[in-house]
Design a binder for this molecule. Structure first.
Ligand SMILES: [Cu+2]
Length: 122
């Protein structure tokens, strides 16, 4: 009887593992506008990040810094109403130079991911 119970518990655990959201990838950056490493002729008006899953607006952010490492004042990061995997900020008029975008994204499973990339305004 004890052996049978062990088997039942083991299969229940295996099923739980398969159904677990942890089996899915964590929030990661799929795409961005401007693209990572790009050089732009025209300064972007906003920065749009597309993740591989929905992100939680409350815990997610986008920080823009200039070539001197100083933070650029942007709007608060907004998660797109229609697609919760998209987050964006409005940026002021950017002068020529290098910029870094640092993002923090918290996905539906509560895991926090961080990343950064650079772009240049010509
Ligand atoms: Cu995760």
């Amino acid at each position: 009887m004890k052996a049978l119970r062990t088997i039942i518990i083991a299969s229940a655990m295996a099923a739980a593992t398969l159904a677990s959201p942890f089996a899915a990838a964590h929030a990661g950056l799929k795409n961005s506008d401007p693209m990572a490493g790009s050089t732009l002729e025209v300064a972007p008006k906003k920065i749009t990040l597309t993740f591989n899953e929905k992100v939680e607006a409350t815990f997610s952010s986008i920080v823009l810094t200039n070539g001197e490492g100083k933070a650029v004042a942007t709007s608060k990061a907004i998660v797109d109403e229609a697609n919760h995997a998209i987050m964006r900020v409005d940026v002021p008029t950017l002068s020529t130079g290098a910029y870094s975008v640092t993002w923090v994204a918290v996905g539906g499973d509560g895991h926090r991911r961080k990343g950064d990339f650079k772009f240049t305004v010509k």
